[in-house]
Design a protein around this ligand. Structure first.
Ligand code: GLY
Length: 375
């Protein structure tokens, strides 16, 4: 286990009475107990985690909680997307109530996005809303899913269709936990980091082009990249907490990406979420160029960077056969509301100049997908 410690960087999420801090730095797991005790004195805790993460990180978290006088119980579930289910939710709720936790106690999510979404949902509904703390251990969770209060589970009708907005009281991102992450997972999380540059921070994208190797090797550049990503997300969430408008920009690359995830049967051997987002962001830039909204040079630049870090960027980089353009479009239509043959997409005028495009003709998307598949 990596015992590095550094002074954490703090990013504030300014949401009035729901405001909270994101602490980012190496070695924070052991300090989590003290940080939680300082904000929620007298609380007891239920930690929701998965079997893999528990092996690596549960002990130091529980030790730190114990040292800060916080009694804790652990609810350990199978790893993977299957745990975002009604069954796993019931098990989690049972575990929290079985430990006789009250509203003033705390549910702690320890793990990646699946555990964060599940535990946050349970915290949001048990006793009409309990305190919740996120301790994300994947890059994707540290820069995206642990921030902003979206929680939920999947149903047979689709992903994330049942859930609540429930903001955490604190996010503790121990960057040393990323040292144990498989390279593929780190790269997939990096797609969401690059996303913030592509949405509205061209300087950040240029910084990533220059510094991505240091971000991957785990130096101070990694902490900086995570902090800049969290700041970017916090600013959007502060302006549009419940996604009535601008927050949709965070879905850059996700419309194409979700369709590819669905088309590959959510088979993580073929495609994980961040990889779908990487391909989706390149497609969003290429489609914008095809619609004469942006220069093809921007799409080339985005693709070159994502390729350089080792992410897939084209449909042909996905192993195995993909369904045809019509079927891909129907996955997109399932994911998005289609109104009279028009779709809403996040498109771009160039690197760092994304915007919400309503009324994108489905026929144009279909023609574009056909071109992508014949190239
Ligand atoms: N991951 C997108 C959002 O939080 O809105």
């Amino acid at each position: 286990m990596n015992q590095r410690t550094e002074e954490p960087v703090t990013v504030s999420v300014g949401l009035g009475e729901r405001a909270y801090e994101i602490l980012i730095g190496a070695g924070l797991l052991a300090r989590a107990g003290a940080e939680i005790a300082a904000r929620l004195p007298g609380a007891r805790a239920a930690i929701v985690t998965d079997e893999n993460v528990a092996t690596l990180h549960l002990e130091p978290l529980q030790e730190g909680l114990g040292a800060a006088g916080i009694e804790s119980t652990a609810i350990t579930l199978p790893p993977g997307e299957r745990s975002k289910s009604f069954d796993a939710l019931e098990e989690t709720v049972d575990g929290i109530l079985g430990a006789r936790l009250e509203r003033r106690d705390v549910v702690i999510a320890l793990g990646g996005g699946v555990m964060g979404d599940l535990a946050g949902f349970a915290a949001g509904i048990v006793r009409r809303g309990m305190n919740f703390v996120q301790v994300p251990t994947s890059l994707l969770a540290q820069v995206d899913s642990s921030v902003g209060g979206k929680t939920g589970i999947n149903t047979r009708h689709g992903k994330n269709l049942v859930g609540v907005f429930h903001q955490p009281r604190l996010v503790i991102a121990d960057t040393a936990t990323l040292d144990t992450l498989p390279g593929r997972e780190l790269r997939a999380g990096y797609a969401e980091v690059a996303k913030y540059g592509l949405i509205d921070r061209p300087d950040f994208f240029a910084w990533l082009e220059a510094n991505w190797r240091d971000v991957f090797s785990g130096s101070a550049a990694r902490t900086e990249a995570i902090a800049r990503s969290c700041r970017a997300k916090a600013e959007i969430v502060e302006r549009d907490e419940r996604e009535s408008g601008e927050r949709a920009l965070l879905n850059l690359g996700h419309t194409f990406g979700h369709a590819l995830e669905a088309a590959t049967g959510y088979d993580s051997a073929r495609l994980v979420h961040g990889e779908g987002v990487a391909i989706g962001m390149v497609l969003a830039h290429r489609f914008s160029a095809r619609m004469n909204l942006a220069s093809p040079d921007d799409a080339d630049r985005v693709e070159a960077h994502l390729r350089e870090v080792g992410l897939p960027t084209r449909l042909e980089h996905i192993s195995g056969a993909l369904p045809g353009a019509e079927a891909l479009l129907s996955y997109i239509a399932q994911d998005k509301k289609v109104s009279r043959g028009a779709l809403t997409f996040i498109l771009t005028h160039g690197v760092g100049r994304s915007f919400i495009a309503k009324d994108v003709p489905a026929s144009q998307v279909l023609a574009f997908l056909r071109e992508c598949q014949t190239k």
